[in-house]
Design a protein around this ligand. Structure first.
Ligand code: PLP
Length: 430
């Protein structure tokens, strides 16, 4: 595989941007490689600037559920672009997308569009604090909710970590209101509510922890969050930035039959354009300005191009889309597991709805402590062998893979075959 042009481009990029990228994982540091630079994509395939072709399981980190350059989405975008790219005033497109979202996710009675998942979770937390008059936030170790200050809290061991910031530049005074506790652990959650219950403004959780190797929440765990928040008067914020419209036709809350107070969305609802949103009960949402006095605004919020891409993408999804993706996901994890078993490679897979995860580890994954035990060196070797064979996976052992309606059975079978070859090569160089 010749990647000369990508290597040259990265040399230039490193002089222009920190680490040569605009978002850290793209630098491929976790897999000990240099990134490939992308020229274009079509369907399930993505092409680099050296002309190499890959079956893409990154899909822009989730948004492209119909694959690259989907014709309907592209046509709708072109039409919208010629009408004007931004007005800063209301359009019918906002009504259309808001209606479609609340039809599929009924807990969202009112919605506010923003520009990223980070903005969605950050604003939902402000709303929860403003609405409840409380400050404390509970999150779960290894869950990722974007890069706003109060959610960038180091995953802790023991019963609870009273927030220490994960990044320089985040004042301890801000994260001291954030408690991070183990995922899927009802006992610890109960202890935290016993101790701090009346001070807790919200619990925020990923229903499928796609940012720590793809760990599904146990349904009883989500139910416990629902009942503790209800009992103590805090809000239940479900972070569906990744799972929204991906994991199931009605998103994770449909799959798990759970009703959060607020939901955060992003990725698919922008169909590949920058977007985010938060929404929920009308009586809570009406506390946002201009209706209420919790301030949140945005120059490009509800941008017509993003609304069109999101609307067309979601409108095109029907129940069959999810049945199809789930069948491909099942085929992929069965094939990977079989190849791993035959080659004596320790591989664990996870699944909920259409979302799957895989990890080089020999025991089941329940929480962040488990995810941290993933064999990173084995992942790196696997990653390189897959890339060489034209399979593009997210370049981190913690990130979920994504499948689109544009992927085919042939794509999946080629991927399983490549994994078998990769496992054999990995063993031969031990
Ligand atoms: C669950 C979850 N929440 C929030 C975010 C942040 O979204 P964004 O990267 O659009 O800011 C992400 C991003 O991957 C995510 O997966």
């Amino acid at each position: 595989m010749d990647t000369t042009k990508s290597i040259e481009a990265f040399e230039i990029a490193k002089k222009l941007m920190p680490g040569g990228v605009n978002s850290p994982v793209r630098a491929f540091q976790l897999v000990g490689m240099e990134p490939i630079f992308i020229s274009h994509g079509k369907g399930s395939k993505i092409y680099d600037i050296d002309g190499n072709r890959y079956i893409d399981y990154v899909l822009s980190w989730g948004p492209l559920i119909h694959g690259h350059a989907d014709k309907e989405v592209s046509d709708a975008l072109l039409e919208a672009i010629y009408r004007g790219t931004s007005f800063g005033l209301p359009t019918l497109l906002e009504n259309k997308l808001a209606t479609l979202i609340s039809t599929r996710i009924p807990s969202i009675e009112k919605i506010r569009m923003v520009n990223s998942g980070t903005e969605a979770t950050m604003s939902a937390i402000r709303l929860a604090r403003g609405f409840t008059g409380k400050d404390m936030i509970v999150k779960f170790d290894g869950n990722y909710h974007g890069h706003s200050d109060h959610l960038l809290v180091k995953a802790g061991s023991g019963i609870a970590t009273l927030g220490l910031p994960d990044s320089l530049g985040v004042p301890v005074e801000i994260t001291k209101h954030t408690i991070s506790i183990p995922y899927n652990n009802i006992e610890v959650l109960k202890k935290i509510f016993d101790k701090y219950g009346p001070q807790i403004a919200a619990v925020i959780v990923e229903p499928f922890a796609g940012n720590m190797a793809g760990i599904p929440a146990n349904p009883e765990f989500l139910q416990a969050i629902r009942s503790f928040t209800t009992k103590y008067g805090g809000l239940f914020i479900l972070d569906e930035v990744m799972t929204g419209f991906r994991i199931d036709y009605h998103s994770a809350q449909g799959l798990y039959n759970i009703k959060p107070d607020l939901t955060c969305l992003g990725k698919i609802i922008g169909g590949g354009m920058p977007v985010g949103a938060y929404g929920g009960k009308k009586e809570i949402m009406d506390h946002i300005a201009p209706e209420g006095n919790i301030y949140q605004a945005g120059t490009l919020s509800g941008n017509p191009i993003a609304m069109v891409a999101g609307y067309t993408t979601i409108n095109k999804l029907n129940h069959n889309s999810y049945t199809y993706i789930e069948a491909l996901a099942d085929r992929l994890i069965q094939g990977l597991s079989k190849a791993a078993h035959t080659n004596h490679i320790p591989l664990k897979t996870t699944k909920a709805g259409t979302m799957i995860g895989y990890a080089f580890i020999d025991h089941p994954l329940q929480n962040f402590d488990d995810a941290r035990k993933i064999d990173a060196e084995m992942f790196r070797r696997f990653y390189k062998e897959m890339l060489k064979q034209g399979i593009l996976l997210p370049p981190s052992q913690y990130e979920s893979i994504f499948i689109s309606t544009a992927h085919s059975i042939q794509d999946i079978d080629r991927t399983i075959h490549a994994a078998d070859v990769a496992f054999k090569r990995m063993l031969s160089c031990i």
